[in-house]
Design a protein around this ligand. Structure first.
Ligand code: EPU
Length: 319
């Protein structure tokens, strides 16, 4: 996002031994610490961070028979997707083009175009900063749901993710595809269900509406979609608010509150995807706070929904 201060320490983790050393270092110095992958979905406050950022740089992909893969946390997520689809496996092709690392993927349970990473995860190998021990967390222990896991909720900041164990399916992509993806395939005369071709299509769609963080300062979707309880669905229909089951598209709410393309303290609500904020000229985290407050207030006043921020803020405790 090109905002925020600096951190007192940054520790790069390349091996399992490094994480033990980092653990001892922050314990001895009694420092606050923060785990980071590529930083694609994270920013800092203007005051900076008085502790240690612990950066995951562990590399390696191990193919285990029967579609199982052990992937180190520092691997680039999109490189892993390419590796998988090249080998004819399906399960993550709709997650092509997502910035960030493999170790960050389970934290917010990354999802796009009808897929969520949780559906391919078997377990997560971690180092536990509460006990100082290595541990394997089975999928059921991770409490995955939409943009949620124990890693960004109850156990935030406790587990450093060393690697993720995935199970993928060999062969074509099955089942109904996400609306806009199917539409793109139809419009381009693509009938193949080869995961590599689907991944390419997803990258094209993303490129047409989502800013590339290395070109335009952004952190992808800035707000989460809103989920309502079952008993509120009829009310949505009465009010003419589009929804998919219990999911209300926050992008629609922001657009229909008249905010799309507008500038707030240097942050623009993307005119291609209203969930996305692009930093055009802001220089501080406090500008972002003001922008978020105004956008949230406008949506709340018009529709009565409170918005929830998606990216993480270093040093701030979030639910
Ligand atoms: N919509 C609007 N206006 C907008 C954007 C969306 O009305 O400006 C409505 C439309 O009805 C559209 C629907 O929302 O059909 C869904 O839009 P889209 O498919 O673009 O997805 P999204 O809900 O805005 C989510 C993810 C994206 C992911 C896309 C595609 C979240 C927070 N975001 O966005 O993830 O790429 O679906 O599956 O769930 C990210 O997390 O950083 C991210 C980019």
């Amino acid at each position: 996002m090109q905002i925020g201060g600096i951190s007192k320490y940054v520790i790069e983790i390349h091996t399992k031994d490094d994480i033990v050393k980092a653990f001892n270092f922050v314990r001895e110095k009694n420092l606050p610490f923060y785990f980071l992958g590529a930083g694609a979905n994270t920013f800092g406050t203007d005051e900076g961070f008085s502790g240690a950022i612990i950066l995951n740089k562990i590399l390696g992909i191990t193919e285990i028979p029967d579609g199982e893969f052990n992937v180190s946390g520092g691997e680039k997520w999109d490189d892993f997707v390419s590796f998988i689809v090249e080998r004819g496996y399906s399960g993550v092709e709709c997650l092509a083009g997502i910035p960030g690392t493999v170790g960050a993927a389970p934290v917010q349970n990354i999802g796009a175009y009808g897929q969520e990473v949780k559906d391919t995860i078997l377990s997560v190998e971690v180092f536990d900063f509460k006990t100082g021990k290595f541990k394997t967390l089975e999928k059921a222990e991770c409490d995955f749901s939409y943009r949620h896991s124990i890693f960004n909720s109850n156990e935030r900041g406790r587990y450093f993710i060393l690697s993720v164990n995935f199970k993928l399916k060999k062969g074509e992509v099955e089942g109904e595809l996400y609306n806009s993806l199917q539409r793109y395939l139809d419009e381009n005369g693509i009938s193949s269900r080869d995961p590599k071709i689907i991944a390419e299509a997803v990258r094209k769609i993303r490129d047409s509406k989502l800013p590339k963080p290395e070109e335009e300062a952004s952190s992808g979707s800035f707000f989460k979609n809103v989920y309502v309880s079952e008993d509120k669905v009829a009310e949505l229909d009465e009010r003419g608010i589009p929804h998919h089951g219990t999911k209300v598209n926050t992008g629609w709410l922001i657009e229909n509150a008249g905010l799309k393309g507008k500038d707030f303290y240097g942050f623009k609500v993307s005119d291609k995807a209203a969930l996305v904020l692009i930093n055009e000229s802001a220089t501080s985290y406090s500008d972002l706070e003001k922008a978020v407050e105004e956008i949230s207030k406008a949506v709340e006043e018009k529709f009565g929904f409170s918005l929830e921020q998606e990216p993480n803020v270093i040093g701030l405790e979030q639910k």
